[in-house]
Design a protein around this ligand. Structure first.
Ligand code: SF4
Length: 229
């Protein structure tokens, strides 16, 4: 099977299986740029259920930048306490809301170079915000799942770590139509099957299509992330 056919088949099987897997946290905020921005910022280095808990707390108090600015520091801190680095992120919530209200009339800008000017918003968060909030998919959102699984599947060079570079390598080989869904699919696939430390290779639905780059077999049916990287 050539590379193009392999990619189509990977996509087909994973998308089909994903219909039975729980949706990603960010998918709750599709078409809602403000919520997507705050959720994407809170999600950095945080488990999905913690991001969702913090978002639910916060949105129960306020769901617009103007209303969020009316909350006290303590209220925001308490609301986002489930996420990692919550003290910094609580500050970012206020600073982002302030910037949105004072510079953008309360709307989230649609340009990557403007979004990365916000506190707590790097390239990954900005790409995710545009994708989820506005359906803009000029780039592929790269998180730990996208990078790790890309390497294991042989779609990304083993030594490539920077999200921007992973994005470039994936964009060169994935059809444009796959870009919007790639992050969500890899998050779901990474949660259910191609897990960070112990990938479920023995029963994996794409086992016959995967070179398992960087994965070592530790028993007849057990596999583990290697330490070559
Ligand atoms: S075979 Fe293993 S490494 Fe490859 S995609 Fe499946 S779980 Fe991941």
């Amino acid at each position: 099977m050539n590379q193009t056919d392999r990619i189509h088949e990977l996509y087909r099987r994973i998308s089909q299986a994903a219909q039975d897997w729980p949706p990603t946290t960010l998918s709750h905020y599709e078409g809602q740029p403000f919520k997507a921005l705050i959720a994407a910022m809170l999600s950095a280095q945080t488990r999905e259920e913690q991001t969702l808990a913090a978002m639910n707390n916060l949105l129960a108090l306020a769901d617009t930048p103007e209303a969020m600015l009316q909350l006290s520091d303590e209220q925001i801190l308490q609301a986002v306490s489930p996420v990692s680095f919550f003290q910094n992120k609580a500050r970012y919530v206020r600073e982002i809301c302030h910037q949105l209200v004072t510079q953008y009339g309360g709307s989230v800008p649609r340009a990557l170079d403007e979004l990365v000017q916000f506190k707590g918003v790097g390239w990954k968060v900005a790409v995710l915000t545009l994708a989820v909030g506005y359906g803009i998919h000029d780039d592929i959102t790269v998180d730990v799942h996208v990078a790790r699984i890309g390497r294991r599947l042989g779609l990304v060079q083993p030594q490539t770590k920077q999200p921007e570079k992973v994005n470039e390598e994936l964009k060169r080989i994935l059809p444009r139509g796959y870009w919007p869904h790639w992050n969500g699919l890899m998050v779901q696939f990474g949660r259910e099957v191609c897990k960070p430390t112990y990938p479920q290779c023995a029963t994996c639905l794409v086992r016959d299509l995967c070179p398992r780059v960087g994965v070592v077999q530790t028993g007849p049916r057990s596999y583990k992330e290697g330490d070559y990287l």
